[in-house]
Each structure stands twice: as structure tokens, then as C-alpha cells.
Design a protein around this ligand. Structure first.
Ligand SMILES: NC(=O)c1ccc[n+]([C@@H]2O[C@H](COP(=O)([O-])OP(=O)(O)OC[C@H]3O[C@@H](n4cnc5c(N)ncnc54)[C@H](O)[C@@H]3O)[C@@H](O)[C@H]2O)c1
Length: 334
């Protein structure tokens, strides 16, 4: 197969590394509006550099386009690829608004090409273990949950990017960028969200970003479990993500790669689940190669890629409802 990347910034390095290591595809081209970035990626990982991704699609005719650009460009670029019958593997978020998501959903349903979304944390060993434990009879019904993403992002992270911190190009910050994986895991673990009530604030970057650096939400799921969610980029370091679920029979949680199961009888089992070595920053998790490998296996017809557009709809609708709740100061039903 032939692969191409659009957007040659930070995360593209992880995609390029996975693709150049893989024996199932060849990286044939990289595009970025900054020519030096496209050239650097191509020199290091292979393929030809472009500044215009449409020219790249038309000349190279790749089987898969990896979209690693700013948030607002994900959907327009995916639509162009799908129109040409090119499969799309897109970085999160799948869209920055309900309207964009509707467009993506319609285009994915119409096209013969496939779309995969990069929610790589669903592939983490801790996530798989939590899913397994929740499905066991000993857990019983999930009653409630809490999730914390407390990370550190300072002004240059936003001011030097050209797109972060802007509602038009990023669509939000602490939620839709840094903690969207964790909100997705809550949906992946707890099921269908039915309502959300949230507040968003700017605790340390007033005058620097127009988006939120902190967001808290109370999410109610079908069956009544209530999840308390807190995300901030105003912390002193990138602390390990914590997700805890209280069930009738026991409480299960992960913090980073440490899994803890607390029984009602006072028992406590702690286990560190070995992640395969992460490519890139450790807090991105280690799932990119598993995620990308699974997408390509689905293109070969060997398995179903579990994170297509429809599989992320509940998460994306919840993200947009959370922002709406914060803006309007009221609970939003989903
Ligand atoms: N899955 C993860 O854990 C994870 C981690 C980091 C980033 N991301 C996502 O990856 C995406 C990119 O993030 P990043 O940190 O690499 O950003 P970045 O700013 O480092 O890179 C974006 C690149 O896109 C290029 N670009 C902008 N407009 C373009 C256009 N019209 N055509 C071609 N190239 C264009 C920019 O020049 C830049 O090089 C974001 O959606 C982000 O949320 C995902």
C-alpha cells in the first residue's frame, strides 16, 4: 500500500516512524504548507515533499492519507480525500463542531473509502483491562466515575503554533485537544452519555488564549452512572491520567499504567501493565502503532477497525454538548 501524510509538525513524526517501520505500507509523500517541514519529514522517513496536499493526492494517488494538521482542517481535508476514494486516518479530534461532524459522517457513509480516527488510548493495556473487569460479573453495575487530566502547557505552546488557543482553528483547548482521549475513554468504558453540565475557564493564560485552559463536567450515562471530569493545562507537570470507576462490587482505576482493583472486602490489587515503548511523548500513550496497524489490517480485510466515524460519534457529540453547556450555563441533554 502507499501512504501519505499531510501536516508535518509534532505528531506527524510518530505517524512517519510507524509507517516507515511497517512492512505493510510505504510512505510515498509528505505535505506541509511550510516547505522545510515537508522536506525534513521526507528526507528522514522517505517519500516526496509537497506544499499542496491536493497536488500530492492527485499525483501520488496514495491508498491512505494521514491527517496531522490543525483541528479545523481535519474535516475539509478528509472530505477531499474521500471524494478521491482515498482512505483517511485522521488525528483527533474528528471534527470541531456538530456541523463538521455531520459532514464527515455523511461523506464517510457515501464513500467506498474508509475513515479511521486516532483515539489510540483505546488500545492501551489499562483500557483493555478496565473493559475486561467491567464486563465481569464481580463488578456489577457501574455507579459513578472520576477522571483527571492535569497537565502543563505554557504560553509559547499556544503563541508559537499559529493555531492553538484560537476558537476558529483549535475549537477549544483543554477538552478538545489535551483531554479528549480521556473523555472518549469514559464513553468507551461507561456507554451512552445522556446529559452533561460543565464549566470552562481560563486560569493561567488570560490574554494569551481565547479557549479554555480548564474544564470540569458532570456527565450522566444511561443506567445512571455519573462521571466527574476535570481537565486543566494549568498544572505544574504532565501528571499521569487518572480514571476511576466505582461499581457495585468493586472499584477499578488506572493512573498512568498502574491498574488498581479495590474490593468491597477491603482487598486491594495493584498491577503495572507493560506498555510497549511509546514513540514520541510518553503522555501520548503507546497506542499509535497498534491503532495504525489495525487500520491497515482493516483495509486488507483482516479485521474491522474499531474506531471509525460512527464509533466516535457519542464522544464527539458529548464534547460539543460539553462546550455548549459551559457557554450557556445549563445542562444539555444528548
Ligand atoms: N493522538 C495524539 O495523542 C495526538 C498528540 C499530539 C497531537 N495530536 C493531533 O495532531 C494534530 C497536529 O498536532 P501537532 O501538535 O502535530 O501540530 P503542529 O502545529 O506541530 O503541526 C501541524 C502542521 O500542520 C501544518 N499545516 C497547517 N495548515 C496546513 C495545510 N493547509 N496544509 C498542509 N499542512 C498544514 C503546519 O504547518 C504544521 O507543520 C492535531 O489535531 C492534534 O490534536 C494528536
Amino acid at each position: 500500500m502507499k501512504s501519505a501524510i499531510v501536516g508535518c509538525g509534532g505528531i506527524s513524526r510518530v505517524h512517519a516512524q510507524v509507517l516507515s517501520d511497517a512492512d505493510y505500507t510505504e510512505l510515498v509523500a509528505c505535505a506541509d504548507i511550510r516547505p522545510e517541514r515537508a522536506r525534513e519529514r521526507a528526507d528522514k522517513f522517505g517519500g516526496r515533499p509537497y506544499t499542496d496536499y491536493l497536488e500530492m493526492l492527485d499525483r501520488e494517488k496514495p491508498d491512505v492519507l494521514h491527517i496531522c494538521t490543525p483541528h479545523s482542517l481535519h474535516v475539509p481535508m478528509a472530505l477531499e480525500a474521500l471524494r478521491r476514494g482515498v482512505n483517511v486516518f485522521m488525528e483527533k479530534p474528528a471534527a470541531i463542531s456538530d456541523e463538521q461532524f455531520d459532514q464527515l459522517l455523511a461523506a464517510a457513509r457515501e464513500s467506498s473509502a474508509k475513515v479511521g480516527v486516532c483515539f489510540q488510548n483505546r488500545f492501551n493495556p489499562t483500557t483493555k483491562a478496565m473493559r475486561r473487569l467491567l464486563a465481569e460479573g464481580d463488578s456489577g453495575q457501574a455507579l459513578g466515575a472520576r477522571a483527571f487530566v492535569t497537565w502543563k502547557r505554557e504560553a509559547p505552546y499556544y503563541t508559537e503554533s499559529g493555531w492553538r488557543g484560537s476558537l476558529e482553528t483549535e475549537g477549544g483547548s483543554a477538552l478538545i485537544n489535551q483531554s479528549i482521549h480521556t473523555m472518549d475513554l469514559l464513553v468507551h468504558l461507561l456507554g451512552t452519555p445522556v446529559s452533561v453540565e460543565a464549566t470552562a475557564s481560563n486560569r493561567h493564560l488570560v490574554g494569551v488564549i481565547e479557549t479554555e485552559d480548564t474544564l470540569e463536567a458532570c456527565i450522566t450515562f444511561e443506567g445512571g452512572a455519573r462521571a466527574l471530569f476535570y481537565a486543566t493545562t494549568a498544572y505544574a507537570e504532565d501528571a499521569p491520567v487518572l480514571v476511576e470507576i466505582v461499581c457495585e462490587g468493586r472499584t477499578i482505576r488506572f493512573e498512568g499504567d498502574e491498574l488498581t482493583v479495590r474490593g468491597k472486602d477491603g482487598s486491594r490489587r495493584v498491577e503495572t501493565l507493560q506498555n510497549v515503548a511509546a514513540i514520541g511523548k510518553s503522555y501520548w500513550g503507546s497506542g499509535h502503532s497498534a491503532c495504525i496497524g489495525s487500520f491497515y489490517a482493516s483495509l486488507r480485510g483482516e479485521e474491522e477497525y474499531p474506531i471509525g466515524v460512527e464509533a466516535v460519534e457519542k464522544t464527539m457529540r458529548l464534547v460539543f454538548a460539553t462546550y455548549r453547556s459551559a457557554r450557556e450555563g445549563r445542562a444539555i441533554a444528548l
